[in-house]
Design a protein around this ligand. Structure first.
Ligand SMILES: [Zn+2]
Ligand SMILES: [Zn+2]
Length: 160
C-alpha cells in the first residue's frame, strides 16, 4: 500500500469516529458491535459507493483470510437490523446510513450514469405512501423507495 495521504488519514479518522458512534448505537440497543461487524461496517463506510456482499467479502479477506459468505451475510443482517446500513434492493448492495441507528424514512436517488447514491429523508413522501397503502387495508412495515435517474452533476440539459 502507498503511504497514506493526509486526506486519507482524515477520512480514516472520520470512519473511526463513525464506527464509535455505531458501537454506541448498538450498546443503546443492547447489542454488541463485535470486531467482525465493525470491520464490515468500516468497509462500507470507506467505500465510494454501494458495495455488494461479494465485493465486501473480497475486501474483508484482505484482513480475514478465512472469511466466507455466511460471515459477511450474518454481519450484514446485524448491521441492517440495528439500522447502521441500508440495502439497495435494485443494486443488491449496501450503503452506510448517516443516521446511525435511528429509524427514519428513507428514499434513495440512484444515478444511472455515475452510480452515485444519495440518501434522502422525506417524511411527507413516506407518509403519503404509508397512507396510500393503508387505504388498501395494507399494514406497511418497511418502505425503502429507490428512484433511478440522473444526478445533478451528470445531468446534461438537452436542446437550446
Ligand atoms: Zn439512513
Ligand atoms: Zn451522476
Amino acid at each position: 500500500m502507498a503511504a497514506p495521504l493526509p486526506t486519507n488519514a482524515k477520512r480514516r479518522r472520520a470512519v473511526a469516529a463513525e464506527l464509535d458512534r455505531a458501537a454506541d448505537a448498538c450498546a443503546r440497543q443492547g447489542a454488541l458491535l463485535t470486531e467482525l461487524r465493525r470491520s464490515v461496517l468500516g468497509l462500507i463506510l470507506e467505500a465510494e459507493g454501494p458495495l455488494t456482499a461479494y465485493r465486501l467479502l473480497d475486501r474483508l479477506r484482505e484482513t480475514r483470510k478465512r472469511a466466507v459468505p455466511p460471515t459477511v451475510y450474518r454481519a450484514l443482517d446485524f448491521l441492517l437490523e440495528h439500522r447502521l446500513i441500508h440495502k439497495l434492493e435494485r443494486l443488491n448492495a449496501f450503503v452506510s446510513c448517516a443516521e446511525t441507528g435511528r429509524e427514519h424514512p428513507v428514499q434513495f436517488l440512484i444515478c444511472r450514469q455515475c452510480g452515485g447514491v444519495t440518501e434522502i429523508e422525506d417524511r411527507a413522501a413516506a407518509n403519503a405512501l404509508e397512507h396510500a397503502a393503508e387505504r388498501q387495508g395494507f399494514h406497511p412495515r418497511n418502505a425503502v423507495v429507490e428512484i433511478e435517474g440522473t444526478c445533478a452533476a451528470c445531468f446534461q440539459p438537452t436542446g437550446t
